[in-house]
Structures are given as structure tokens and as C-alpha cells.
Design a protein around this ligand. Sequence first.
Ligand code: SME
Length: 160
Amino acid sequence: MAENLFIPETASKREVYDTLLPQIESLVAGESDLTANLANVAAALKQAFGFFWVGFYLVKDSQLVVGPFQGPIACTRIAFDKGVCGACYTRRETILVPDVEQFPGHIACSSDSRSEIVVPGFKNGAVALVLDVDSDRLNDFDAQDQEGLEKLMKIVERIL
Ligand code: SME
């Protein structure tokens, strides 16, 4: 396993995803502990992109419970019908929110959060977890993030 991530300094966002994903794949290969792997995935995303908050909510006890993340302290439990994470769980698809104040029911774990993207991860056809990425800037996520983070989720799904 590589000890350090390689992130090209002058790369476009797409190039960063393209460089990062194979490294994440080898980072989690050969490790069976899910918590360890999710922790390193969150850290790798934080290191590569400097996201304000990035982490996982796992389906447990019929709720979403916070898992490994990087960033300020977060809401511990989210009901399936609450917030962007709950909408992602219920709709079973990526939710991209350019302005969190325009999203009905958004949960402000931090008042600094301005935009957000949440990607579902499936196990045996059911949502098993979601990846939540928050920014302190408006409109900070686009189709490239959606594509990159959905590819990342395919890697995560293989270790669930
Ligand atoms: N904003 C999210 C809650 C999770 S945190 O921001 C870390 C939501 O509305 O689901």
C-alpha cells in the first residue's frame, strides 16, 4: 500500500479524480476492515480536494448514522426522510445541491455549509451508506464531481 497520495499540483479536477481513484483502489485492496477503509477514503478525498466536510453516513437501526469523516463535528443520526442525506437514501440517487438554503429540509450540521453533494452506495440492491461532501462555498460541485464520486462509490461498494 502506498504511504503517500500522489496528487498532481496543476491538475484539473477531472485529472485529480483520475489520479486519485486508482490510488484509493489500491489503498483499500487487501484490507477487510470497513471502518479502516472508509476512514482512509474520507482522508484521501480531504487531502486531494480540501473539502470542508467529507464522510459517510451508514444505514444502521433504520437511520443514517455518521461514520468515518473529515471535518467539523457533524449530526450523529439522520432520519431517512430528513435532509439531503435522507433524500439521497430515499431517492436512491446522487443529489447535488448548489445552494443548501434552497433545499427544503436541508440539515445544517454547520452553518458554514453552502453547497453539497450526496452519493448513495448499494449492497444487495439496498442503500447501505451515503457519501456526503459539503462545501463552504455556493455552487461548488458539478457533473465532474458527480462522475468522480460515483466512480469512487463503485470502489467502496466492492468492499461493503
Ligand atoms: N447537510 C446534511 C447533513 C449532514 S452534514 O452536513 C455533515 C443533510 O442535509 O443531509
